[in-house]
Design a protein around this ligand. Sequence first.
Ligand SMILES: [Zn+2]
Length: 134
Amino acid sequence: MAVAVPTIGSRVRVTTIYPNTYAYRGEDNNYVTYTREGEVVQSIFRDPFMFAVKTGDPDHPVSEYNAKSLHVVKIEYIIGGSKQVATDKKAWKVKSEDGSKFYIVQRIEGKFSCTCKGFEFRKDCKHIGAVSKK
Ligand SMILES: [Zn+2]
């Protein structure tokens, strides 16, 4: 389902979801969500469904989005022009010790989870430890 195209100058938080191509088949957690936030600016693409978000993040200053894309699942409007609201959802790919595969560590509303077996049994693991130290 497509989302509405946000107007230029508004502040938004955009959530996208992508298949986790590294996940084992059969794992529950086969998707990774990303959240970016910032001011809506003119897209460089000449398409009425495209919009861009200026995030202020030096690694990725402008994100281009297509409102018709199935990857864009949610656009939240930030009222009051707050500068940086902490994102409530974050995900990291963490390499296994032997480097043969990846696990997905997610932080949702401050709670960590991981797709590895260790987390399944102990509700904690070294992958979460590696991410939360950063
Ligand atoms: Zn883990």
